[in-house]
Design a protein around this ligand. Sequence first.
Ligand code: TPP
Length: 627
Amino acid sequence: MDLLTRIRGPRDLDRLDSEQLDQLAGEIRTFLVEAVSKTGGHLGPNLGVVELTIALHRVFESPQDKVLFDTGHQSYVHKLLTGRQDFSKLKSKGGLSGYPSRAESEHDVIENSHASTVLGWADGLAKANEVLKKDDHVVAVIGDGALTGGMAWEALNNIAAAKDRPLVIVVNDNERSYAPTIGGLANHLATLRTTDGYERFLARGKDLLERTPVVGRPLYETLHGAKKGLKDFIAPQGMFEDLGLKYVGPIDGHDIEALESALQRAKRFGGPVIVHCLTEKGRGYTPALQDEADRFHAVGKIHPDTGLPISTSGLDWTSVFGEEMVKLGHEREDIVAITAAMLQPVGLGKFEEAFPDRIYDVGIAEQHGAVSAAGLATGGLHPVFAVYATFLNRAFDQVLMDVALHRCGVTFVLDRAGVTGTDGASHNGMWDMSILQCVPTLRIAAPRDADQVRAQLREAVAVDDAPTVVRFSKGAVGPAVKAVGTVGGMDVLRAPGTDEPDVLLVSVGALAPMCLEIAALLDAQGISTTVVDPRWVKPVDEALAPLAAEHRVVVTVEDNSRAGGVGSAVAQALRDAGVDVPLRDFGIPPVFLDHASRGEVMAEIGLTAPDIARQVTGLVAKLDGRY
Ligand code: TPP
């Protein structure tokens, strides 16, 4: 790591010659494989942007120039070149974030990590430069996957309207989101890729051209000198140019010299320009290149030599859902599935194998996915749209106005709900139950274990005149939690063992084992506790208010924001029913949570059995008049 360790900031790149730059690229790849295999992280995307990031930082002057990454999962190389080389605690508490982070560096601008926003940011920053008469540059890197998101096109529409406002858009085209990017746009990029553009023309014939002298200079250099005319002659006329955007490319995204030359030209252009770079996801790392499913888009801890996972956790929530979907697919021909560019991560891989004609990858287009689902439902099918809880935020209006208002039977399966931890603030699934509370007719299931995932998915797809939601956590699913009885539609997980119980504990989803632990701790203090799992948390079960009236305190425990979550809904339902029993709602505070493991985050926000038991004990003592 001779060269890498000497790079303290982007300007240290300026003194390296082309051989050293290639050596640096090699060192960075070795570093990435070694470091990320120990911590887990976005390996494939970063291996693909090594040369591109080096070239960007040689041509642009960050932080004065704004170098922006869409999503930000491919910013590890950027981190390495901007003074952050301690990857030992990547994504862990106190370590580097897995995405750009303003707290980490002045070189990081956008940290939201929800895709397809970079062009909007770039548009705004370029406008600000114009108004403030600054001549700093704005350069936005966007993947071909992120370019499938509607927001990217809304931004392009605006960007193309201002011909004299400088803005460089780098399309990092590796032909993949997680899986190969599909759709009309991907097809168009493929056309541009295979059209013999100027750079390709030069790159392909470089060896030959260098060996062919023309008036004392290699032909290659002569052509470089005459590039303008030649480029205009050879460049493909594509959709971007039709939109009014200057197009440069396609460029070999692993040729630093070619990249720099294209970026320099784009920088000088004086208007919006697209630099189309061809890169290879997982470049230089055989296990990634051999992984057709997602090229090691994101990995856990792995053996660096083989790429095999170090440990396999038990059965996870995602696979329980995925397997049940296949069964449902066999039973009901009207069931179809939707993914927003995340086929494997949301567990729909097996469904695709079994029913290739009944699954739609809509691209990173959650809004479109939801509206298209409304269409599918209206057309007579029952769509199941599986998506990470945090990404459903994008489609709130579509769920409300297109699916619910039109009484469409669509099932949304929200994976990675609750605290996810290591991916940081943006990836926690802590907003879904708040934003969905106010959607009329919509029903939310929060299964507590694998059996409940199966059962509630079945109940959800049986509803064909309203949206249903099934939300579950990330990672391994715990052991089955058996019901000891039922009240209304709710499962009783623990009976109080007395006629005059103190506490009614309302447990939401995967927090059932924690709630049982709280009940045991309370019981040990002589506080008798009933634990119920409402299963369907919206609407609030009608049997809940009368049950609450039989207790002295109601406690709700959920892994969603306290703002507008299940606790608020239960409190409202009790008030509406005239039940005045005191209520305490435990959940995630409405703050942005720093990255750390799920356990660490839960401990930090007091969402643990001892913390909650202590608070409830205090409350009961107060009611008893003990203090
Ligand atoms: N939906 C939203 C709104 N944001 C996200 N970050 C995701 C889904 C999950 N996601 C993260 S990266 C990614 C997806 C779907 C694929 C990105 O593909 P691309 O932009 O081509 O970048 P690459 O990883 O191929 O470099």
